[in-house]
Design a protein around this ligand. Structure first.
Ligand SMILES: Nc1nc2c(ncn2[C@@H]2O[C@H](COP(=O)(O)OP(=O)(O)OP(=O)(O)O)[C@@H](O)[C@H]2O)c(=O)[nH]1
Ligand SMILES: [Mg+2]
Length: 303
């Protein structure tokens, strides 16, 4: 999405900040043995920044599908199989509870096999593994590091752009993790990617039109998860069937008693509510994308 749908103004993607992040990655890459790329299990493809892949080329990589507690389990399984078939070492995880992270050591061993063999040949079995933690804003990089460290070492907040500089965190198991600021693409050509990033909170709400976002999200949910949506907002079958985002938003507002003077639906308030509830997984465990939604370009570029 390179344009705000309502105002028609181009959306600013903080190019200065991005250039700095890119430089930080380049400078620090030679210090690390492998890259841990964190993606959002609800939007596995849209949370993949091809730039990360390009910048970290040649480094062993493990992909974590994070927030899988909020994603559709069946879809997460499909993604894991899909990526593993492309020889990408992939793990579903939930960095808030730590679920799935017990598999990480063996995944890293697999990814870094060559390096570990070299270390062993030099009698340096205990040498620490240095890992760079990368991913789009708000995907859970700092949460992952805190989980691994067993303490709150990195700042975590539910908004994008919290981590600004880099920070090394030493673990007791001999790993050293480098926290990085989120890397977003400087510009999206694909509107759908931009929307999916906005629904999940990877893009700041201040630069988005929330009513517009909520409308398209509702339309998508009515298609992909109609029962969950109807249950959450007490939508009737007719309301659900209209297949019009604006109508769905008005219906949700009415059922929640969100009205403005004169009895009309308070769509602005309802939009904020829908986005908040989706982001908190209150509507249910939902994945917005499966590999089949990207039929023509499913190939990860480095495989
Ligand atoms: N439900 C759920 N929430 C998570 C998970 N991991 C992280 N979060 C939440 O996601 C939000 C962002 O987490 P951070 O760890 O700050 O993300 P980050 O990638 O470091 O973000 P930036 O530094 O802004 O790029 C916080 O509200 C976390 O609590 C998870 O596995 N499940
Ligand atoms: Mg962070």
């Amino acid at each position: 999405m390179s344009e705000n749908q309502t105002t028609g103004k181009p959306i600013q993607w903080f190019p200065g900040h991005m250039a700095k992040t890119r430089r930080l990655m380049r400078e620090n890459l030679r210090l690390v043995d492998a890259v841990v790329e964190i993606r959002d299990a609800r939007i596995v493809r849209s949370s993949r920044n091809p730039e990360i892949e390009r910048l970290t080329k040649g480094k062993p990589r493990v992909i974590l599908l994070n927030k899988c507690d909020m994603a559709d389990e069946a879809v997460t399984r499909v993604w894991c199989d899909f990526l593993r078939k492309k020889n990408l070492i992939t793990l579903p995880v939930d960095c808030r509870s730590g679920k799935g992270l017990n598999q990480l050591t063996s995944a890293l061993r697999e990814a870094c096999a060559e390096k570990l063999e070299r270390n062993a040949a030099r009698g340096m079995q205990g040498a620490p593994l240095h890992l760079m933690i990368v991913g789009i804003p708000n995907v859970g990089k700092s949460s992952f590091i805190n989980r691994m460290a067993g303490s709150r070492r990195a700042k975590v907040e539910d908004r994008p752009g919290v981590t600004r500089g880099t920070q090394w965190v030493k673990l007791t198991n001999g790993m050293e993790l480098l926290d990085m600021p989120g890397v977003l693409w400087p510009k999206f050509d694909d509107q759908q990617v931009g929307r999916h990033l906005a629904y999940t909170g990877a893009i700041r709400d201040e630069i988005m039109d929330t009513e517009d976002l909520a409308c398209t999200l509702l339309q998508l949910l009515a298609k992909k998860y109609p029962q969950m949506l109807a249950a959450r907002y007490k939508l009737t079958e007719e309301e659900l069937a209209v297949n019009d985002g604006w109508e769905l938003l008005c219906a949700a507002a009415r059922h929640r008693g969100m009205l403005v003077r004169g009895g009309e639906a308070d769509t602005l308030r309802a939009a904020g509510n829908v986005l908040d509830e989706f982001r908190a997984a209150k509507i249910g465990r939902i994945s917005l994308e499966g590999p089949e939604d990207w039929r023509d370009e499913t190939a990860e570029s480095d495989t």
